[in-house]
Write a protein that binds this ligand. Structure first.
Ligand code: AHM
Ligand code: MG
Length: 319
């Protein structure tokens, strides 16, 4: 089944046709980006630009290209009120009659671009007609998705009900590869940047130490995987289980965290919860956070529910 047929079936089940059309537009944007990525080295689009974004990060040419693709895609849809990008200072007004805001990290993990390692795009859709409605808790999302540009291109999406995996076929159409995906439990594997170990909150240090000592949720020594592209790390967890952490630490605490609430934590949290997993800061459910600003950062702990709850228990005990 290709994406178009999948969306038609949703239409018959009463989903908003405007939202379904928007999802097709978003999917088409990710196909355009995957084409750009394929030829990036040959077109000299690797390395850095001379620009920094609102986060103070040096932009890569492909950050800018992917951002342009998403903004242009949003501008073709009358259903879109605002395009909100990790790469832009402020929201971009699209249509005065639009009812959905599209919030995105156009190219996640872009530090991996120069070495041909998987990167991704992350998208969140919320109902919002006015700029004053952009700061909503993640539980209000009506759609979230990521595209993983790896050996193949995957699109993983949810309308909040189930999570479905699509894979780009030889005709460059997204074809359903796996329906109603659930995160498996029992995979003793964590994903965290261990170079920051001395800085992590004590509950996270204790949780990882226990996992390594065979005293974690499962009584075996845990394995570690860290791609450094959140999309790739979450995509592995969706298939295989385990846990991803970008926790609070002594250095990033003043910024609130490393990852962004609106562009990364909320859409990924929405997908992970829909797949039966957990999404927490350690202290609170990510999807319940009331955002205060567009570029707000938060600690992120995502994955198999039993593992996320084990981290939350350590935070609760440390109080
Ligand atoms: P980006 O949106 O600027 O690419 O940053 C997000 C990335 C995540 O994909 C990844 O989990 C994290 O930042 C990696 O951070 P670190 O540099 O600590 O490895
Ligand atoms: Mg990112």
């Amino acid at each position: 089944m290709i994406l178009k047929q999948f969306l038609n079936a949703k239409r018959e089940r009463g989903f908003d046709p405007d939202l379904l059309e928007l999802v097709q537009t978003i999917a088409d944007a990710t196909i355009k980006i995957s084409r750009q990525l394929r030829v990036a080295v040959l077109h000299g689009h690797v390395g850095a630009t001379e620009e920094t974004n609102v986060q103070g990060e040096v932009q890569k040419p492909l950050d800018v290209i992917a951002d342009n693709v998403f903004v242009a895609a949003c501008q073709t849809s009358a259903a879109v009120s605002f395009a909100v990008s990790e790469e832009q200072d402020n929201e971009i007004p699209v249509s005065a009659t639009g009812k959905y805001a599209v919030i995105f990290d156009p190219l996640d993990g872009s530090s991996n671009l120069d070495v041909n390692v998987t990167v991704g795009s992350i998208v969140s859709v919320i109902p919002a007609k006015a700029a004053s409605e952009l700061l909503q808790p993640g539980r209000n999302q009506v759609f979230a998705a990521y595209a993983a540009y790896g050996p193949s291109t995957s699109l993983v999406l949810t309308f909040g009900d189930d999570v479905d995996f699509f894979s780009l076929n030889a005709d460059e159409e997204y074809e359903l590869a796996d329906a109603d995906v659930k995160i498996p439990s029992g995979n003793a594997e964590f994903s965290i940047n261990t170079s920051r170990q001395n800085l992590w909150d004590k509950p996270v240090q204790d949780y990882i130490a226990a996992s390594l000592a065979g005293e974690g949720v499962y009584a075996k020594r845990y394995n570690m995987r860290w791609v450094g592209s959140m999309v790739a790390d979450i995509h592995r967890i969706m298939h295989r289980g385990g846990i991803f952490l970008y926790p609070n630490d002594a250095e990033i605490a003043k910024k609130g965290g490393r990852l962004r609430l609106l562009y990364e934590a909320n859409p990924m949290g929405f997908l992970v919860e829909a797949a039966g997993g957990g999404a927490s800061t350690g202290l609170v459910r990510i999807l319940d956070i009331q955002p205060k600003e567009l570029h707000q950062r938060v600690p992120v702990i995502l994955g198999a529910l039993d593992e996320v709850e084990a981290v939350e228990r350590r935070y609760a005990e440390a109080k």
